[in-house]
Design a binder for this molecule. Structure first.
Ligand code: SF4
Length: 269
């Protein structure tokens, strides 16, 4: 029977836990008041969480147009100022589930001199930051070299890759304020602590989650067989070739899912 070694920090972070609690309470309130409840985009990057919200009657939308006003839950990665105003003007009641760390970054961006954003252009948090201030986005060291000469202040996507950030810093064009969040750092550090003691790593989470994929990338950088599992129904049989299996999870993977995966591995044959 495989032995599971859990990382000391994994799964739901404070920002995600609070966002889910706020969303469930908004859905409940909307039901009692008989009005619709929506979420702007994905509340968090987890299909499991989004299915739970859907079951509570919460509909995912991207703009106010074509929707009867009701409660609007703002996702953990935030929303741009203009879009928030559009929802408010259309009569939506805002339930703000933006993570406080993201809100702090938005404020930093608004106040920075000659700012850039370091992050993945398509990521929800970067899109929300751009909606607060439209500035250049730098995804890689190569892109940082293409910036016009000047002194830049940078806000970094909270779940950005440490290695990529280090290589951008090494190019010397930007001195980024490291705004990768504590929850992401703790999960990465906890993974590195167990990695030498196991034969393979399981990362529970979704491929759409940046901090989940960073855990996968760290594990692979150590040459460990790495299994990304988004549901206990899709555990790869190959995993059971290994005796000691390290377990971690992205910050948006629910406890119930992580536990189900752990049980399924431990109970295997
Ligand atoms: S991963 Fe970091 S930024 Fe994202 S919700 Fe959690 S604490 Fe907030």
């Amino acid at each position: 029977m495989p032995k599971v070694v859990k990382a000391s920090a994994y799964g739901f972070c404070g920002g995600v836990r609070s966002a889910v609690e706020k969303a469930v309470s908004a859905a409940d309130k909307a039901k009692r008041e008989g009005i619709p409840c929506y979420v702007y985009g994905n509340l968090v990057h987890s299909r499991a969480v989004m299915s739970e919200l859907e079951a509570l009657g919460v509909e995912k939308i991207d703009s106010p147009s074509g929707h009867k006003p009701g409660y609007l839950i703002i996702r953990a990665h935030g929303i741009g100022d203009r879009l928030r105003s559009e929802f408010e003007a259309a009569g939506f009641l805002i339930c703000d589930a933006t993570c406080p760390v993201v809100l702090r970054n938005m404020e930093r961006l608004r106040q920075a001199d000659n700012p850039v954003i370091i992050g993945q252009r398509c990521h929800a948090e970067v899109q929300a930051l751009l909606g607060c201030r439209n500035v250049p986005v730098v995804e890689s060291a190569e892109e940082s070299e293409k910036l016009p000469e000047g002194k830049y202040q940078a806000v970094v996507q909270t779940t950005f890759s440490e290695n990529e950030l280090a290589s951008i810093r090494d190019k010397g064009r930007i001195e980024p304020l490291n705004t990768i969040c504590m929850a992401s750092e703790e999960r990465r550090k906890a993974l590195r602590t167990i990695i030498g003691d196991v034969d393979a790593i399981v990362v529970v989470g979704d491929s759409i989650s940046a901090n989940t994929m960073e855990l996968v990338s760290i594990s692979r950088s150590y040459g460990k067989p790495t299994f990304l599992i988004s549901s206990d129904a899709d555990i790869d049989e190959e995993l059971f070739c290994y005796n000691r299996i390290g377990l971690t999870a992205g910050a948006s993977a629910p406890d119930s899912l992580v536990d189900a995966v752990r049980r399924k591995i431990e109970e295997h044959g």
